[in-house]
Design a binder for this molecule. Structure first.
Ligand SMILES: [Zn+2]
Length: 71
């Protein structure tokens, strides 16, 4: 979906990207990594406007830190 621009569920290409956000107190779509606002990892969401299916992606630069914390 992120790479193809096509919904894997219904085949439509009406896809929007909703960027992950890190707001005060951890509001927004993100993963907590610690106690400060700098410790949240934003999660981008791709949403099909035809059927409502959504996919979530995290930038590759954050993956090593996630592996270390949650593995
Ligand atoms: Zn769809």
């Amino acid at each position: 979906m992120k790479n193809t621009g096509v919904c894997p569920k219904c085949g439509h290409s009406n896809i929007i990207r909703i960027p992950g956000q890190v707001k005060a107190y951890g509001a927004g779509n993100n993963i907590p990594m610690g106690m400060t606002i700098f410790s949240y990892i934003p999660v981008d969401r791709y949403l099909c406007l035809n059927c409502g299916f959504s996919e979530e992606w995290i930038e590759p630069e954050y993956l090593p830190a996630l592996e270390e914390k949650y593995r």
